[in-house]
Design a protein around this ligand. Structure first.
Ligand code: AVJ
Length: 323
């Protein structure tokens, strides 16, 4: 790495203790759940990157093409001397396209996966040495220290949240998240958010049940992680991936299905599973443009523009904070 590739690193330690607490709480509930944020250990982040390359998984490729085409327009709307704050920077591929067009003063990446975060921000720092680069390893579903952002000296802040990760939240959670993002964006600030659109269930089903089984491996990896990090004894042969679209709720649900009656222990806690019982591991909500704009308004944003691809698979909303 060239010596010019410098960035600030802040480790806010998305605590291991809360992983254990969350697993015990989730597996003790009458309907067992695990938060999707725990998918992203090093292996999980690699598997997610592999999902993004799958022929059936349209969101990443669609959003990338939209960015390539529309980044200049986005830059126009955002204006000069901005600071970009990105939640869940992932591999940094989308970010590079945005930064190239926007030319911000500063870029702050916040991600729960420290290793991938450092790799991504190091790459961006090398590509854009004139941009003040900050990496924060943190759980962005919790409150973040905002003073660090004030020090960036940007004329306006734009919160960047691509990938339709907002779909992981239930509607009330998404509302709370957007309200917090509005605070982070601050006066004259804005938000650029990628949102997966409602579409025929067949396309959704294929995207979350790929032929190569990468999504299944991604889902099951969270059990691997529990075994490794929390001394669990999940038998990975005795759980299966399931994903289905619930049209009523407007969401894909991912589950891990126990294929037999069994007992599992995690750090000394024991959990009984009946055959067919599931752990609900992810929601992935799909929004129409109007539904999402209404939610943004409820959160105090003004939805000023929305880009949609020709096949109407994906949307990118530009929201501003009214003066
Ligand atoms: C990263 C949350 C956008 O919901 O599509 C991909 C994660 N899960 N395949 C999504 C995911 C299964 C993804 N998000």
């Amino acid at each position: 790495m060239p010596s010019s590739a410098r960035y600030e690193y802040h480790d806010l330690k998305p605590a291991a203790a809360s992983f254990l607490d969350d697993v015990v709480t989730g597996l003790s509930a009458p309907r067992k759940t695990l938060s999707p944020k725990y998918f992203y250990d090093t292996r999980g982040s690699q598997l997610f990157d592999a999902i993004c390359e799958l022929p059936e998984y349209y969101p990443t490729r669609t959003e990338l093409a939209m960015l390539e085409a529309c980044a200049p327009e986005m830059a126009e709307r955002i204006g000069p001397k901005s600071g970009i704050v990105e939640y869940g920077s992932g591999s940094g591929r989308k970010t590079a396209i945005l930064i190239r067009a926007v030319r911000p003063l500063a870029y702050v990446a916040i991600d729960i996966s420290g290793e991938q975060l450092r790799a991504a921000v190091a790459g961006l720092a090398a590509a854009f040495p004139e941009v003040h680069m900050v990496a924060m390893c943190a759980d962005y579903t919790r409150k973040l220290p905002l003073q660090k952002l004030d020090a960036l000296d940007a004329r306006s802040r734009v919160v960047y949240f691509p990938g339709s990760t907002i779909g992981n939240f239930t509607v009330p959670e998404a509302l709370a998240f957007l309200r917090n993002a509005r605070e982070v964006a601050g006066a004259r600030g804005s938000m650029l958010v990628g949102v997966d659109l409602k579409k025929p269930p067949g396309l959704l089903h294929a995207a979350y049940n790929d032929a190569q089984g990468v999504t299944a491996a991604f889902n099951l990896n969270v059990l691997h992680r529990i075994n490794r990090e929390l001394h669990g004894d999940f038998d990975l042969e005795a759980f299966e991936h399931r994903a289905h679209y619930d049209a009523e709720a407007g969401r894909i649900e991912m589950h891990l299905v126990s294929t037999r009656d069994q007992e599992v222990s995690v750090a000394g806690h024991r959990f009984a599973f009946a055959a067919g019982e599931t752990i609900h591991t992810e929601n992935s909500y799909k929004y129409s443009v109007d539904e999402f704009q209404a939610l943004a308004r409820e959160a105090g944003f003004e939805p000023v523009h929305c880009w949609v691809d020709d096949a109407r698979l994906f949307s990118i909303h530009y929201l501003t904070v009214p003066a």
